[in-house]
Design a protein around this ligand. Structure first.
Ligand code: BES
Ligand code: ZN
Ligand code: ZN
Length: 505
């Protein structure tokens, strides 16, 4: 799919679909911003009245046949609501673009001509940011994981989208925005593909090989530690999780170094359980059905690495993925086992399904040897995070307010929603063990997500650290947002890239 930009009145373009984006207030259309010919304006007025289109929600649309002008110029006109002018933001643009693409696809359109959404408000948001958000909406909505389907079932594809800026001055920003949007989306699609790949193929070795290939392209160094090296580092907690599986574990360590002197050292850790059966604390079938997604944190980190060089991020970035499976077997860890992390902490395994935190404990210990300024981990850690915040919002826990503020800002820009939870001192008693230094679960039915956060915090010494529990938004079960189709969402990639842009020139 090609996405380009031009400075011209959109009506002068040529495409299967002409998009007319409009603000609506109290069920009434506001004066259209792009200059429209009388003929098209009249057709729109007439259809809106006739079909009682109120455009109450951003992304709502109406498709009408172009009977107003030359049909060879436009087959259809898509009247697209951007909601109320005062509520417009980048996420509305992203969702409206996604909705627009889906509708055009239903009509087997190949080409779309669209104005820069909300161009009349572009100063407020920066035209580049709007073009970027639109590009993300288009590309991410177009995504389908069809690798294992017969070729005949492949959907029709949109070939070209042109974004028209009426204001000539906006063109350079629009171009840049489109390029950034493409990069962000492709990085996110890398994460989606990794998550969607069936678990028999996307095993720890495959993840390590993928990471190595990704690194080769961009002067990133890839250190892949095998079981022997992991054993030498005494990562007893990580190894314990792998113990029941026939697949070998791999500890993946990617390093990106910028051209100039880096302004910071940042470690990104991604939970990388390529399949979580629960182990001997076996999950019921329903809960296990999507557990190939338990490496979504690691997938997001790899997606981020794809974009670092291209975004000229001026920080040294390390990516750590402790990759293994969590399986039951005669060799698996048992409930009641006490295992030892690389820093000597003894951990009672009170539930083998709370495995992510065991792997992350050793990754956090390893991370601090790098002496980073900031550590951020992404993990599909607890079902309780879904109970607390639902499917759309990730839980954020951290030990530094400035880092938290920066992540919240990045969330606003990227549209990937996160919300802070506390790490109360008093709740540390929840993970106290009678036989070891700590145990891997908290109090039954009480603050499960926080217990996970407190467990991880136990291994963090000096570094500024943030933990993102992405159990909810990492996987889309029922698509509700136009640009988030079923399956792995690639959540976290746009968030982290926006965060890392703080460290670019
Ligand atoms: N991978 C799961 C968490 C999860 C659940 C992710 C649903 C995505 C959707 C994790 O390893 C797990 O099983 N956590 C347990 C922790 C419990 C045993 C303390 C859970 O949430 O039930
Ligand atoms: Zn689990
Ligand atoms: Zn898990």
């Amino acid at each position: 799919m090609k996405i380009t930009t031009k400075t011209q009145v959109v009506e002068k373009g040529k495409a299967d679909f002409l998009v007319i984006s409009l603000f609506f207030s109290k069920g009434k259309m506001e004066k259209p911003f792009p200059v429209l010919s009388k003929k098209i304006k009249n057709l729109i007025d007439q259809k809106i009245k006739e079909l009682n289109f109120k455009g109450e929600k951003a992304g709502e649309s109406l498709v009408v046949e172009n009977t107003a002008t030359d049909k060879r110029r436009f087959k259809y006109i898509l009247i697209l609501s951007l909601g109320e002018k005062k509520d417009f933001d980048l996420e509305k643009a992203r969702r409206a673009a996604g909705a627009c693409l889906q509708t055009a696809k239903k009509y087997h359109a190949k080409t779309i001509a669209t104005p820069l959404f909300g161009e009349e408000k572009a100063k407020e948001y920066n035209p580049g940011s709007i073009a970027q958000a639109m590009t993300e909406g288009f590309i991410l909505a177009d995504y389908e994981f069809n690798k294992y389907k017969k070729k005949t079932n492949q959907p029709t594809k949109i070939k070209e989208i042109t974004i028209y800026c009426q204001n000539k001055e906006y063109l350079p920003a629009s171009k840049q925005g489109i390029n950034k949007g493409k990069l962000f989306s492709h990085a996110q699609i890398i994460a989606r593909d990794l998550v969607n790949e069936p678990p028999q193929y996307m095993h720890p070795r495959a993840l390590a090989e993928f990471a190595k290939k990704l690194a080769e392209k961009d002067n990133i160094t890839a250190k892949i530690l095998d079981k022997q090296q992991i054993t030498k580092l005494e990562m007893g907690a990580f190894l314990a999780v792998d113990q029941g599986s026939d697949q070998d574990p791999f500890f993946i360590h990617l390093t990106y170094k910028p051209q100039q002197k880096p302004t910071a050292k940042i470690v990104l850790i991604g939970k990388s359980i390529t399949f979580d059966s629960g182990g001997l604390s076996l999950k019921p079938s329903d809960a296990m059905s999507n557990m190939k997604m338990d490496m979504a944190g690691g997938a997001a980190v790899l997606g981020v690495f794809f974009a670092l060089k291209r975004l000229k991020i001026n920080a040294e970035i390390h990516g750590l993925l402790p990759a293994c499976e969590n399986m039951p077997s005669g060799k698996a860890i048992k409930v009641g086992d006490v295992v030892k992390a690389a820093d000597g902490t003894s951990i009672e395994v009170a539930n083998t399904d709370a495995e992510g935190r065991l792997t992350l404990a050793d990754a956090l210990i390893y991370a601090q040897k790098i002496k980073p300024d900031i550590i951020i981990d992404l993990a599909t850690l607890t079902g309780a995070a879904i109970v607390a915040l639902g499917d759309d919002i990730a839980a954020l826990m951290d030990n530094d307010q400035t880092l938290e503020n920066k992540l919240m800002q990045a969330s606003q820009m990227s549209g990937e929603r996160i919300w802070p939870l506390p790490l109360p001192e008093e709740y540390k008693s929840h993970i106290k063990s009678k036989v070891a230094d700590i145990k891997n679960i908290g109090k039954k039915g009480s603050a499960g997500t926080i217990a996970g956060g407190l467990f991880l915090q136990h291994f963090v010494k000096k570094a500024k650290w943030a933990h993102l529990d992405i159990a909810g938004p990492a996987w889309i079960e029922q698509p509700e947002i136009s640009y988030l189709p079923i399956g792995g969402s690639g959540f976290g990639v746009r968030l982290l890239l926006n965060f890392l842009l703080n460290f670019s020139d």
